[in-house]
Structures are given as C-alpha cells and as structure tokens.
Write a protein that binds this ligand. Structure first.
Ligand code: UTP
Length: 292
C-alpha cells in the first residue's frame, strides 16, 4: 500500500456530547472498554499505515497519554501478576508511530487537515475521523487503499443515508463506475455539497469519516474560505479539487456507527458489547429481561 501517513483530527469541541466532553476529549469516550480513538488507530495500523499524525487542541492531552508508554501502570500490573493486562496496555503504545500537531482554534475539519501539510508533504495520505467507528471484516482503510492503488486518485468513503438526514453530511453527486471489481459500490464524483437540505441534495450518498487524499488538497485548503457553520470545510476544498482531478466515492463493506452522536454511540456500545467474548452472552440475557 502506498499510503504511509494517516491524519487524525481530534481538535473538535464535541458539542453534541456535552457535558461529557466539558473536561475530557470526545475521542476518549469508551465503547465498551476502548476509547473511540483507539479503534481508529487500530484501523490505521491494520491497514499497514506506519505513521499517525494527530491534530489535537487544548484539553486533549489524555489522547497523547493513551498512546504513550505508562511505566508506572505497567510496573504495578506486573507486581500484581496481571501480565495479560500489562501486555494489552503496552500494545497500545506500539500500534504505530505517532506525531502530535496543535490546531490552535477549532476552525473546522478542513483547517485541521491543513495543519498537517508540512508533515504529510507531497504524498497521498489518509484522514480518519475517530467518531465514525467501523465494524468490518477487512479494515475500511485497507479496502480504500486497494481502490486507491487502482485509480491513483482521492477516495472518499461513502454510504447511503436516509434523505431526511442528508443535512448532517457532505453529500456527493456521482456516476457509477462500471466494469470494476467494485461494481455497484464505486462512483465517480461529479459534485459535492456540505450539509445540504433534503431538497438541495443531489443524492443520498454521504461522505463518512474516512478519506484517502492526494496532496493537491492542501493547495485547495489553503485558499478555502469559511463555509457552513463558519468553519473551513474539507468538502468545499474537495469541490475545488474536483476541477483539477477525479475523485471517487466508495461504498465500503462494513457497518459504521456515528459515535460522536449520543444515539450512534449507544448503538455502537450495545452491538460491540453483544460481540464481546467474555460478556456478550450475559449481556444478551440481560437485554432480554428488559420490557421494551
Ligand atoms: P465533528 O464536527 O464531528 O466534531 O468533526 P466536533 O466539532 O468535535 O463535534 P460536535 O459536532 O461539536 O459534536 C469531525 C472530526 O474533526 C475534528 C473533530 O475532533 C472530529 O474528530 N475537528 C473538527 C477538528 O480536529 N478540528 C475542528 O476544528 C473541527
């Protein structure tokens, strides 16, 4: 795979999850026993990408500590004979190399990605939004990497959403790419619009939080003005990029949970808990006792 760097923007305010996010990062909220951001970094590592570039902000130091070695904790766990747990804790810091950058003001996703320009340099890279947790047999980024290897162009992960919810997403207009092994799942983007009203949406194909981008996106982001919500939107820069280069939308195989939203977070928690080897069957029994 040619992608060597993944950018993880984690500098947002997490307003949909207040008050839980008043003093802790949204990305550290756990689904069962792992913080959202760990699922994302595990996906990066499983896709064979060796470097994660975090774009962080104020109040996000818990993320840095989570991916660091915790010598005291490991020492205590070893002393108490809890070696499997010690190994589990150590493994988190060995997932991949990490670099931290600071976004001083949360001016939007596009602005957060632009912060990584110097470090990414002139090579294609991945962007992963950790609020989107994806449960799939083959990691979503790996699936996208295969499409990238074939087309050498920016690839956006997309899914079909109910028309009434298009206003929460970047939406693409697109034509199906025929005669590829991704028949029915691969689209050539013809336009993009950030958070349209249902009547303005050209389709129900929504961009979700996984991207593979060519480095030309940085030139576009550098001149992108504030858009929807007063933020510098990645979707607006992609629309500009489309003038120069093809962009593809890819319906990946797997289930996505919007864990940055309370309901999506609860769905992920219940479904991941049901799959837990040590707890799943007990939890299923418990759920069956509820009068719903
Ligand atoms: P979201 O819009 O989902 O995150 O951005 P948010 O702003 O933190 O949350 P809400 O909407 O207020 O609840 C998607 C991702 O982009 C990051 C966020 O941390 C999240 O992972 N982001 C967003 C930044 O890094 N910087 C920004 O300026 C905005």
């Amino acid at each position: 795979m040619k992608i060597r760097k993944a950018v993880l923007p984690v500098a947002g305010l997490g307003t949909r999850f207040l008050p839980a996010t008043k003093a802790q990062p949204k990305e550290m909220l756990p689904v069962v026993d792992k913080p959202l951001v760990q699922y994302a970094v595990e996906e990066v590592a499983a896709a064979g990408i060796p470097l994660t570039i975090f774009v962080t902000g104020r109040g996000k130091s818990a993320i840095e500590n989570h991916f660091d070695v915790s010598a005291e904790l490991e020492y205590e766990l070893a002393g108490r004979g809890k070696n499997p747990l010690r190994k589990q804790v150590r493994a988190i810091s060995s997932l991949c190399d990490v670099v931290y950058l600071r976004q001083k003001y949360p001016k939007g996703l596009g602005h957060a990605v632009l912060m990584s320009r110097e470090l990414v340099d002139e090579e294609p890279f991945a962007v992963v939004l950790s609020d989107d947790v994806i449960d799939s047999r083959v990691p979503c980024l790996k699936q996208m990497g295969e499409v990238f290897d074939e087309f050498d162009a920016s690839i956006l992960a997309i899914e079909r959403v109910p028309k009434s919810t298009v206003g929460s997403y970047g939406i693409i207009a697109a034509e199906p790419v025929r005669n590829s092994k991704w028949n029915g799942r691969l689209f050539k983007v013809t336009d993009l619009i950030e958070k349209p009203s249902p009547s303005d949406a050209p389709s129900n194909l929504a961009i979700i939080g996984r991207y593979i981008l060519t480095p030309r996106i940085f030139r576009k982001l550098a001149t992108t003005r504030r858009g929807k919500g007063g933020e510098i939107q990645l979707t607006d820069a992609l629309k500009d990029l489309l003038k120069d280069e093809p962009i593809y939308g890819f319906i990946f195989e797997g289930k996505r949970y919007d864990a940055g939203d309370k309901l999506g977070f609860l769905k992920a928690t219940v479904e991941f808990a049901l799959k837990e080897p040590n707890m799943g069957s007990e939890f299923r029994k418990y759920l069956k006792t509820l009068k719903l």
